[in-house]
Design a protein around this ligand. Structure first.
Ligand code: NAD
Length: 315
């Protein structure tokens, strides 16, 4: 049985993956960690360690103490937050990853860490974007994510560290709120639709981006982590997607369930600029071929499930 350390475990992905992996791998085999202990099921219901990933010794101590063999590295500063504080994004996303990889090398751990559609930039082909293409991102987040993919490849090629990673699109979940990303509107819209039947969108109509419902994202991490290494031609930069839509399409889907729902726009030009630099839709053929990626939720199925689950939560 694997012994897994999850960094950044109190965030949007961590809050869900820790709880679901504790069911699969056993309560004591999934150690959650973050730089401070918040009030959160993840921290309160199982083993939790304080690990600031920018402090190499804290990563090493947690790995040694719990005899970790697999690190799921989620600690990061996301796109919109990163643009407000590029120095922090560089420090956490680069030095944090470097520390995790060094500890993995020394302790022979596997590392699974998500990259992002933010690796692409304005010169990248926008539609059906290939996995290997022009990558000149214009955000600090994107810069750190491309460099991170390369660093993970390097540790695999040079030191044989079992590194794996996928490029997540915008993730939509009904559990934890997102951590300051460009696609966050696609989560907020469901909350506001249920609470106020009204949402003011910070992106323009016609802004298409790839998205994914969290249950598919959690499956992706476990599937890639468990994939047969002999089938993996690539390692750290798998395009994956489940759907692509713009604000009008998600709004129209919500209206099918809440006919009174109305959306207007108040565009945030800084975030719009980031969105405009990202693809409209990704080609995820390699993930499908190499490790069986096959998402379950499209926009209609996700919207129904989001509204069902959130209305229970908000009532
Ligand atoms: P999040 O912002 O919700 O969570 C990240 C967590 O890391 C936060 O709880 C934060 O407190 C913690 N953290 C920050 N600095 C830290 C440090 N120095 N040490 C330890 N913890 C620290 O992010 P998320 O959505 O859960 O993202 C997890 C990973 O997935 C990231 O690598 C992110 O780039 C990637 N990703 C997420 C999305 C998305 O839409 N959520 C999309 C693409 C890629």
């Amino acid at each position: 049985m694997k012994k897994i350390l999850v960094t950044g475990a109190l965030g949007q992905i961590g809050s869900e993956i820790v709880m679901s992996m504790r069911k699969t791998y056993g309560e004591d085999n999934v150690i959650a960690s973050s730089r401070s202990k918040g009030k959160n099921d993840v921290a309160e219901t199982g083993i939790f360690e304080i690990v600031d990933v920018t402090k190499a010794q804290q990563v090493a101590d947690a790995v040694k103490k719990h005899k970790i063999d697999t690190i799921i590295h989620l600690a990061a500063i996301l796109s919109a937050t990163g643009e407000n504080n590029p120095a922090a994004a560089w420090d956490v996303n680069m030095n944090g990853l470097y520390n995790v990889l060094e500890v993995a090398r020394e302790s022979q751990c596997a590392v699974c860490t998500p990259s992002s559609i933010a690796v692409f930039g304005p010169s990248t082909p926008k539609d059906n974007t290939p996995q290997n293409t022009l990558m000149r991102p214009t955000t600090m987040y994107g810069v750190t994510k491309v460099a991170g993919e390369l660093l993970c490849d390097y540790y695999f090629q040079k030191y044989n560290v079992d590194t794996r990673g996928m490029r997540f699109p915008g993730l939509i979940s009904n559990v934890a709120l997102p951590g300051g990303g460009t696609t966050d509107y696609a989560v907020h819209i469901y909350y506001e639709a249920l609470k106020n039947k009204k949402y003011t969108c910070f992106l323009e109509k016609g802004t298409y981006m790839d998205m994914m419902y969290m249950p598919d994202a959690l499956d992706a991490i476990v599937q890639l982590m468990e994939a047969d290494p002999s089938k993996l031609v690539d390692r750290n930069a798998f395009n994956i997607t489940a759907m692509s839509f713009d604000p009008e399409e998600i709004s129209a889907e919500i209206k099918k369930h809440i006919p009174a729902f109305e959306m207007d726009y108040d565009v945030n030009t800084n975030i719009q600029k980031i969105a405009d630099s990202w693809p409209n839709s990704l080609d995820d053929t390699e993930a499908r071929k190499q490790w069986g990626w096959n998402p379950k939720y499209d926009l209609a199925a996700m919207t129904k499930d989001m509204l069902d689950k959130l209305s229970l939560k908000l009532n």
